[in-house]
Design a protein around this ligand. Sequence first.
Ligand code: SFD
Ligand code: AMP
Length: 679
Amino acid sequence: MRMSQGTFEDPTVVQEELDILLIGGGMACCGAAYEMMRWAEALKAETGTELKIKLVDKAAMDRSGAVAQGLSAINTYIGSEQDPADYARMVSNDLMGITRDDLAYDLGRNVDDSVHLFEEWGLPIWKTDADGVRHDGAESLKEGLPLLKDGGKPVRSGKWQIMINGESYKWIVAEAAKKALGLSRIEERIFIVKLINDKNDPSRIAGAVGFSVRTNTIHVYKAKAVLLAAGGCVNLFRPRSVGEGTGRAWYPVWNAGSTYAMAAEAGAEMTMMENRFVPARFKDGYGPVGAWFLLFKAKATNAYGEDYMVKNKEMLNDYPPYGQAAVPASCLRNHLMLKEMKEGRGPIYMDTVSALAKLRETLTPKEVKHLEAEAWEDFLDMCIGQCGIWVGENIEPEKKNSELIPTEPYLLGSHSGCCGIWVSGPTDVGAPTADEGDYDGVPAHLPRGWNWGYRSMTTVKGLFTAGDGVGASGHKFSSGSHTEGRLASKAMIQYALDNKDWTPELDTPVEQLATEIYQPVRNYLANKDYSTAIDINPNYITPKMLQFRLQKIMDEYVAGTSTYYNTNDKMLEVAEYKLGMLKEDSLKMRAKDLHELLRAWENYHRIITAEAHMKHIQFREESRYPGFYYRTDKNFVDEENWHCFVNSIYDKNTKQWTCFKRKHVDLVDKSKLFKAAAH
Ligand code: SFD
Ligand code: AMP
């Protein structure tokens, strides 16, 4: 370890040896941190063994990750009205039938406990009193309404969602995680660039390397177990907000694909990377729609006031479950909306005026006032920019409807999407079938290849993931991501103990890692005087320009907004070629300061993620998610040949992807999905 102060030309390298490293400080890692320390402390008290644990986040935990701005609903709370199997059914239906029931069920049976903790830590949760009157969080406390865990009744915005006063949601959750860990186990503003495999066993993780975005320091961590939970991927497609609106997005721009790219480069099996989420959002401000559809019972219409979900409902018969779902999948809702847009009956509107007028018929004036305030608070809690649009365009939602639009695509595994990493499932779900065992003789209770010992471990030994990282599930949201972090952390403690005599060895010399990470800095320093304007230089490319190039390729060839989400085999061929060139050129990115170094590596992660997305869409010869993307050369869902997972493995040496099918099995009876059975 060098102790001298680093410079931009010559950064200090700091090395540390750990048992467990947590990468990310979002919902999943906060859950992991809280749960892990409960087990680690018990272990220390019982045996004297003290595990060395550290959490690193590229930002500050209090406001990092997708919940940074706050939220106004917790979208996954099972409560007493549903059971975990219902939840697994809903997840499957929304994601067109191809999800892992074991993961969804396991999450469903544990998620409420995280929500109860949030309430205990001070998160205000709306409640319904004995007379059916709704109270927001502060008022519920004043009224002495019971906590959820004591039978308090939440205000359900939808079947799965409950309302909160959540502008400080992330502060509250982060505080509990920080308290559990203690500040000495946390390093903020460290951006992890890559995972490092073990020198003696490439299928095992040995650590990770990153850099400080504040000081000229490179950090190398050796660890037996690593939790990689660095969120989803945003800004790999050209956003609708360009020019004056650049930087506005729905999911956070600081989710840069780090989870997917680093896992893939470490050799982890990826799953469903063809899946994406194209949320329908309030136009220009990206304001969420859930509260409007579910709480205010608003309808979306075409420009002529027609409800396209009713008008176009026959279109649902073309896709599974063939018009039978009680709630059509999110992609299909987009599919019906896009018909109106493509045939020239846009803009699409959220009919806020009728919704609020209808509520006025049944609610007391006080309740109406409260709901009208909530219409604003919904955005103030989680998407302040949308309030700016309403104010700027003189929109009073009770008087004027607001435009909706399907946004650019996002890649995530925790919201209404299911791309991510293939993980080992729970150990106690399913029926034991001794002959199916494929993990060192452990009898499998799940379908072949769904379990290999430690819950949430990827196919790389010692590498775990949670939240947006876990693929083939989805609809976990904030509470479920926290829960998944907790589930992973217990297995990680077990893994660290089972491997306590093993010492990780990095497969790459530290000097080489340091050189690679600061390459963009050297590109800049070596060439900056070649031209008179530092942004214009034939010897390097700025991270901003490279990002534009990536977004243009993805938008125009991989089914972005400019082609109405259409692509085909030929367009994908062009994309593949162009992405290959871009990957080559990415080594020429410059960093004129630490901020640009961050941007450069974020872009690198986006490129690898984008490539995975493109390769998976190319491999899956059908259009599984109409409304999210269409392969116009295979514009149908082919249940016979493609009702399966698409998984892939990336080889970091040859830089090639190998995609393959994995069998899909339903563990939960899906017939209950159907309208008739639902009654
Ligand atoms: O309205 C590195 N979400 C909603 N969840 C709900 O429960 N209710 C809602 O109301 C939700 N809605 C919503 C949501 C998100 C957003 C942005 C909006 C609205 C506008 C979803 C949840 O927020 C989401 O599911 C979870 O936060 C996912 O958790 P996790 O842990 O998987 O990801 P994260 O929280 O983004 O954290 C990522 C962390 O990684 C760090 N990081 N650290 C080191 N090195 C690197 N290379 C790193 N890269 C990233 C980040 O700093 C962060 O700490 S609504 O739409 O439905
Ligand atoms: P959103 O604001 O779109 O992120 O949605 C928040 C929650 O509401 C998520 O659980 C969505 O699945 C759900 N949701 C949004 N719109 C609808 C809809 N039209 N019908 C049913 N559920 C919806």
